[in-house]
Design a protein around this ligand. Structure first.
Ligand SMILES: C[S@@+](CC[C@H](N)C(=O)[O-])C[C@H]1O[C@@H](n2cnc3c(N)ncnc32)[C@H](O)[C@@H]1O
Length: 381
């Protein structure tokens, strides 16, 4: 696979962008013929990176779109500006800008590191149908601090769930910084993609319903859960990969497939779920509307008050329409949050806050200022 052809709507996550340009990275082809890669994400514990305290603060985002700022955010920005202004600018002999490559070693920069999070890649060739039990498991892979994730690289938009996005890692950081909140909880993740956030949540939670849509993606997600079973309670099946399509019937028990819901799972979710997660799921306005309808439907039927954590990356683009940089998907997301908060159905009230991302980084990735986390609290009236 020397030549990779990118389609015009092909996107590549920054998480995978900085991989070394080596050969033989692909581990196999999936059932639909896409190259599958393996990346290992190391969890940095206290000894490696210092203050893994509770460090989470929240600012009220109850006001309308775009008016919320957080002290922590400003501090972060300040740090980055300082870093930028300290950089030297070099020109080559033709006067072109000579851009220094980002350092690859994580050790030099600590938590603000701008470097790849992937430790190793590749592995023996295997097919979707092969049993993982037959594959030799390396020591690193079995470490309690390493999460192994199969994913594809550049994908068309309809397959973005097969990559790991920065929002998933931000949410994973948040989970690991809030062990008490997640300990023993029943959690539902929407649009889980490769499943990395659910897997992290399952290291603490009692049960995680890890949901997305599409047989092929759900297969990949299930494989990732299996690959990381050594991180989870050996007795239990904490992570259940299930189909939940925001555009369809919320929790269908109609069909009997590997990823369909059993009646008792729906009841368990209804009776016990208190935490909902969604990472980087707002990039198309129609889907965002469907996601918010799903959140509303679910949260207003749960027996208990629930909290929904949504991460989003504000991807700024210059548009002729605005003659400026903007992110329409982000603006729409903020309007949906406002609308949720304005709901007055007499049954459930929703409040929205922005979480200042001051919590520790347990994974190496670039926590850019456009990466944001929101907390929505749903309370029965
Ligand atoms: C950008 S990916 C994010 C995946 C993962 N949360 C992450 O951050 O790495 C968006 C996810 O939303 C899912 N999604 C899109 N439309 C959906 C729908 N109608 N119902 C459920 N999930 C959907 C996609 O399949 C994909 O996994």
């Amino acid at each position: 696979m020397d030549q990779v052809t990118f389609r015009s709507d092909t996107v590549l996550s920054d998480v995978h962008l900085l991989l070394p340009n080596a050969r033989h990275l692909m581990t196999r082809l999936n059932a639909v013929g896409q190259p599958v890669f393996i990346s290992r994400f190391k969890i940095l514990r206290d000894s490696e990176e210092g203050d893994a305290g509770d460090g989470v603060s929240v600012v009220d985002a109850g006001e309308k779109t775009g008016r919320v700022t957080g002290g922590g955010e400003d501090k972060e920005r300040g740090k980055r500006e300082e870093c930028r202004s300290g950089d030297s600018i070099f020109l080559d002999e033709d006067g072109d800008l000579d851009v220094e490559r980002r350092p690859r070693g994580p050790a030099s920069r600590g938590r603000d590191a701008i470097c790849p999070i992937v430790l190793t890649q590749g592995g023996g060739a295997a097919t979707d149908s092969e049993e993982e039990e037959d594959e030799p498991r390396e020591e690193e892979e079995l470490s309690r601090d390493v999460i192994t994730i199969e994913h594809t690289m550049a994908t068309p938009l309809e397959d973005v769930g097969k990559q790991v996005w920065r929002g998933a890692v931000l949410l994973a950081d948040f989970i690991l910084s809030q062990p008490i909140l997640f300990q023993g909880a029943t959690v539902l993740e929407l649009g889980a993609g490769t499943g990395i956030t659910s897997i992290v949540a399952a290291t603490l939670a009692k049960r995680v319903y890890c949901t997305d849509v599409g047989q092929d993606l759900l297969n990949m997600c299930q494989r990732n859960v299996t690959l990381n079973r050594h991180l989870l309670d050996p007795a239990g099946d904490q992570v259940r990969v299930r189909e939940l399509d925001w555009l369809g019937d919320t929790l269908s028990t109609e069909t009997e497939t590997e990823f369909s819901w059993a009646e008792e799972e729906v009841a368990d979710l209804h009776d016990n779920a208190t935490l909902l997660l969604a990472a980087d799921v707002c990039y198309d306005d129609e889907l965002t509307n469907a996601l918010f309808r799903t959140i509303y439907r679910l949260a207003s039927h749960f027996r208990n008050p629930s909290t929904i954590y949504l991460s989003i990356e504000k991807r700024l683009n210059f548009t002729l329409r605005h003659m400026d940089v903007s992110c329409e998907a982000y603006d729409h997301f903020r309007r949906c949050l406002d609308d949720l908060q304005d709901i007055a159905d007499g049954k459930t009230s929703f409040t929205v806050e922005k979480v200042v991302p001051q919590f520790p980084q347990f994974f190496y990735y670039e926590r850019i200022e456009q990466l944001e986390l929101f907390k929505v609290t749903a309370s029965p009236l």
